[in-house]
Ligand binder design. Sequence first.
Ligand code: HEM
Ligand SMILES: Nc1c(Br)cnc2ccccc12
Length: 293
Amino acid sequence: NEVQFAASNKLKNTNYQNVYNDIANVIRENDEHDDYIGSGPVLLRLAWHASGQFDSKQEIKGGSYNGTLRFDKELSDPSNAGLKYAFDLLKPIYKKYNHQISHGDLFTLAGVVAVQEMGGPKIPWRYGRVDGDIETVPLNGRLPDANQNANYVRNFFHRLNFLEDKEIVALIGAHCVGKTHLKNSGFEGPWGAATNMFTNEFFRNLLTEKWVLEKNEAGNQQYNNDKGYMMLPTDMALVQDGSFKKIVEEFANDESSFFKVFSSAFNKLLENGIKFEKSSPVLYFKTLDEQDI
Ligand code: HEM
Ligand SMILES: Nc1c(Br)cnc2ccccc12
């Protein structure tokens, strides 16, 4: 679906660092969220869910372009439980820029800010998404089911045009931050471990910890270890499948390799289905620390 960005309502490149900084300050100010894990992980999940419902084969394609996650119709999808909190964090920033930034650009930029402010790799980002009306909201149920195996995971990401196992493993490596919440998804944990630093820890834990499959309070099976860590069935799939497992080992041994693949795969996820103008600049942002803020 060829789309162009209406040139009229875009900020000059320089202003997007200001938007980045406003989102980064919201993360700093809301550091008590989720027992001091903070708001980075849930904003990262918002950006992923705003983009991951893309399906090029459907009439209504989805993806981040139309910013449809802002509508209750999509936000109330059970897969999006818990994300209203993240959307509410961004509302004052949307108002401050007074329609000069679209919801799709805001949601995806929030994912870039979350990764970078939690110590992850730089993510290249372009503006140009345009809010669509409620007719452009994709059907619910396009986000993945956590109870499934490696082939399900591979096929799911093929729909999002991720045809290389490396990209798939890297993307799921975002589970290095945040946690699952029984009331949101029917999974619980990890307990205690304050996971708000973006590292390759998730891959190391997959390989080194002893995982026991148990039924949790919601009746779902999840893998638990003796330190209160957990893995979803789709997490564990990454070491149950030979090809995925080789990549988990590579990323566990070389964080820079994980960062490199994650950076390009996450950018691709956020831009799925969007044709940017050739002239649309690829922006890189400084973290607050890099600006001594
Ligand atoms: C097979 C694909 C995936 C499945 C089945 C899956 C499933 C889940 C589930 C069930 C949760 C717990 C939600 C809750 O209870 O609050 C979760 C959390 C999370 N997911 Fe995924 N996910 C997948 C891929 C991804 C990707 C590609 C990203 C980002 C690039 C991502 C980022 C996150 C983050 C950051 C959290 C923590 C949110 C928080 O702490 O509030 N996930 N995921
Ligand atoms: N911290 C996590 C670990 Br550790 C393992 N799996 C996850 C899945 C979703 C969100 C967080 C995690």
